[in-house]
Design a protein around this ligand. Structure first.
Ligand code: NAD
Length: 349
């Protein structure tokens, strides 16, 4: 199956057994397998599968795609005459693969193992000297994405919950995006619905294949929304908190999403109804807050390491160069929103 963006998608359980034929399809003879240090065993499993078509394994992928890590990987690409990339992991690993392709044009097979959705987007975030910048370029899109539900079974329950809410955040903002359209809204509703049904099950039974399947399908749909439509206040807040205060990516999305949704509630009641229906709740912001609790996520920025004294600066930064948002961005209201998110209070609608 192909996605709208021309990415070839393989989905199922044990689909990595198809890696050799997918590699042949892109004429890959000297693959660089990419992972984080934590997922070296999965990288080695792939090495066993494709044997003499592996040039090397690079297992130093890191959060937010630091350019010095990319430079290390680039040296191996050149020394080992790598002709394609095989990335196994979450958004951090996919980010490194995209960064190499951005510099070399090499074809990529991406095997996602979280719900971040980066594999579906032409977006590449990179960090240099502590500053993260984001670019959008179709050339970083993978050629093939292999979703193997089995590889997600090892994703720890806490990371599964927050990673899934990170995916839901793409869909929530897609529903009130300036350039939303019926196709992205349909994908967004389906993505939220699958993930919100699956995540609480996974929190109690991380090996549940049906729930893992629902979650991974939902995550792919949410990633496709992120690829197509513009993101708004929620993503701006999370980029500010991640980029300038070093807060963890998916966990921050989980705390902020109910509050950002509440901020926009009155500006787009139809989107709120769609989100609430997909969650199976009365209210979109409260439903998202309850979902965070249902997956036992931390629901306060103070528990993620943000000091209360930083809230003023966070509000100042978050209102600079704002993304388009359905409701105008007011500095004092954003400061109040951050206070509630910091304390872990329910969203104010
Ligand atoms: P991650 O890739 O950093 O993974 C988190 C941790 O979980 C890592 O240690 C990883 O090795 C481990 N892990 C992942 N899958 C596992 C599995 N199945 N079993 C065991 N351990 C596993 O986290 P993430 O949230 O997927 O990605 C975050 C990064 O992705 C951020 O830098 C974010 O900006 C980026 N991102 C980019 C886009 C985009 O479109 N460009 C979209 C979403 C996220």
């Amino acid at each position: 199956m192909d996605s709208g963006s021309g990415i070839r998608i393989v989905f199922g359980v044990d689909t990595i057994t198809q890696l050799p034929e997918e590699l042949a399809r892109i004429s890959g003879k000297r693959a660089l397998i990419i992972s984080t240090p934590q997922q070296l065993d999965q990288a080695e499993e792939l090495r066993q599968l494709i044997g003499d078509r592996v040039a090397s394994v690079f297992s130093n992928a890191a959060m937010h795609t630091p350019v010095d890590v990319t430079a290390d990987a680039m040296r191996i690409v050149e020394e080992q005459q790598v002709d394609c990339l095989v990335a196994v992991g979450g958004g951090s690993t996919t980010g490194l693969s995209k960064a190499i392709t951005y510099r070399t044009g090499l074809p990529q097979i991406v095997i996602p193992t979280t719900y971040a959705g980066s594999e579906m987007t032409p977006i590449l975030g990179q960090t240099a000297d502590g500053v993260k910048t984001t670019l959008r370029d179709e050339k970083v899109l993978p050629d093939v994405v292999i979703y193997d539900v089995r590889l997600t079974l090892t994703l720890p329950p806490d990371i599964s919950g927050t990673s899934g809410v990170n995916a839901i955040a793409h869909a929530v903002e897609a529903l009130y995006a300036k350039n939303k359209n019926p196709a992205t809204s349909t994908m967004a509703v389906e993505g939220i619905s699958r993930l919100s049904r699956a995540l609480p099950i996974i929190a109690g039974d991380s090996q549940n294949i049906d729930a893992r399947t629902d979650a991974l399908q939902g995550a792919s749909l949410c990633g496709q929304c992120l690829a197509i439509v513009g993101m708004a206040l929620h993503h701006k807040l999370c980029h500010t908190l991640g980029g300038s205060f070093d807060l963890p990516h998916a966990e921050t999305h989980t705390v902020v999403l109910p509050h950002a949704t509440a901020y926009n509630a009155a500006a787009d009641p139809r989107a709120m109804q769609q989100i609430a229906n997909a969650l199976g709740t009365e209210s979109a912001p409260s439903g998202l807050y309850d979902l965070g609790h249902a997956v036992s996520a931390k629901m306060a920025l103070r528990d993620l390491g943000l000091a209360e004294g930083e809230l003023d600066r966070a509000a100042d930064l978050a209102v600079q160069n704002p993304y388009w948002n359905p409701r105008p961005i007011e500095r004092d209201e954003i400061r109040e929103l951050l206070q509630r998110a910091w304390a872990g209070d329910p969203p104010q609608t």
